[in-house]
Design a protein around this ligand. Structure first.
Ligand code: NAD
Ligand code: GLY
Length: 380
């Protein structure tokens, strides 16, 4: 049996374990939560090429129990969900069966959504294969598909019965995807854990080199924070509970993704720049110190993540797009800001002039331009 670290997500009757280790995919013991039940598996072509055989062998899954989709965000659609549900119905999958998501956040969100609605909800297991999915999207039960009016607009909260994060799976991940996942990793240090942030500064090179112990520790530290926050605020209470803090950098980040057209910037890349902007605004508010702003920007830069918005993006573009973001409550924009490294707050009470100064600084203080008119709402 492979050695693994185990974390609990405490949600009463919906509690589950996150198992983290190297070589878990090929080890039948990893799949205890399924208890030998009938299962079907959803994955994408990139992941299937590298990792499907190991899972199929460990779980003795026949080819017809596995559906392989094309990679990419466009698969996370209402139409594709219909296709997956058709496939499950054709196989006469019963309510006692389970659906397995083997892949990144796209597969995890789609499979989770299908599991949530299939016969009013069946169990599902997350086997995340990107760093982003291992530290974020596979934990917490947010499932969704996109709609032409916006990303993640159709979805459900549906917790998995287990999460199995195999650090070895990351060895086949394209480096750009790994770096994008590291933005979410740094996010946890910034919003909740100054010690972890210092640990990342010290060990970044070993994590980038995918040293198994360091990768496993990274995932464990992030999932511990996410599990704690999800345990406090499972459904992200609309009045601004702690789960909203996980959106640090996301309001500016989504504006960047929307401006540049989805797919140009990876989500983690946009969040990296968004966190630099949130940190800059926090400093202007007199909250984080100059040295903390510098540490945040420097660490993201060391990963190779962008720390400035796309060329041509103007303050007016941020205004226009951020007005659509759901973090606008009662007409007032709410942003996740930093009081210090390791302490985030959701605030509608920021200084408008400070926000303008941040936007001017990051947009090179150019004239306000119209930019492409992407009216695209986002739900994270
Ligand atoms: P992704 O699922 O598109 O994966 C990125 C790319 O990496 C794809 O081409 C995929 O085929 C490939 N890939 C995945 N694992 C691989 C591996 N081990 N080896 C080789 N290639 C591999 O992207 P992502 O960044 O994992 O997830 C993004 C999605 O996650 C978005 O749809 C976003 O909305 C969602 N998300 C959800 C939550 C949540 O809480 N549910 C949180 C954050 C993001
Ligand atoms: N990724 C944000 C959340 O899960 O709430």
């Amino acid at each position: 049996m492979t050695t693994s670290r185990i974390l609990n997500v405490e949600l009463g009757t919906r509690s589950y374990q996150i198992r983290i280790g190297s070589g878990l995919l090929a080890d039948a013991a990893s799949y205890q939560a399924l208890r030998g039940r009938r299962a079907m598996l959803l994955t994408d072509r990139h992941v299937a090429d590298h990792h499907l055989a190991a899972v199929q062998t460990a779980l003795r899954l026949a080819d017809e129990q596995c559906l392989i989709l094309e990679p990419g965000e466009s698969e996370k659609s209402w139409d594709q969900a219909g296709r997956v549900l058709d496939w499950m119905l054709s196989a006469r999958l019963g309510r006692d069966a389970a659906l397995i998501a083997l892949g990144g956040g796209v597969i995890g969100d789609l499979a989770g959504f299908c599991a949530a609605v299939y016969q009013r909800g069946i169990d599902f297991v997350q086997i995340p294969t990107t760093l982003l999915a291992q530290v974020d999207s596979s934990v917490g039960g947010k499932t969704a598909v996109n709609h032409e009016r916006g990303k993640n607009l159709i979805g459900a909260f549906h917790q998995p019965i287990a999460v199995i994060a195999d650090t070895q799976a990351l060895s086949t991940l394209p480096p750009r995807e790994l770096r994008a996942g590291l933005a979410e990793v740094i996010k946890y240090g910034l919003l909740a854990d100054p010690i972890m942030f210092g640990w990342l500064e010290k060990n970044l090179d070993r994590i980038l080199a995918l040293e198994p112990q360091f990768v496993a520790e990274t995932i464990e530290r992030c999932c511990a924070i996410k599990a704690r926050i999800v345990g406090l605020d499972e459904r992200e209470s609309v009045s601004g509970g702690p789960r909203a803090l996980l959106n640090l950098g996301h309001t500016f980040g989504h504006a960047i993704e929307t401006f540049s057209g989805y797919g140009e910037w990876l989500h983690g890349e946009a969040v990296a720049t968004g966190m630099c902007m949130a940190a800059d605004l926090s400093h202007r508010m007199g909250w984080i110190k100059a040295i903390e702003l510098d540490r945040a920007t420097r660490l993201l830069g060391r990963v190779g993540l962008p720390t400035l918005p796309p060329e041509g993006m103007q303050p007016a573009d941020f205004h226009r797009i951020m007005g659509l973001d759901k973090k606008v409550k009662g007409g007032k924009l709410r942003l996740v800001l930093l009081r210090s490294i390791g302490e985030a707050v959701l605030s509608a009470d920021f200084d408008e002039a400070a926000l303008e100064a941040t936007l001017d600084k990051f947009c090179g203080a150019g004239p306000g331009g119209a930019g492409p008119a992407h009216a695209f709402a986002v739900s994270v």
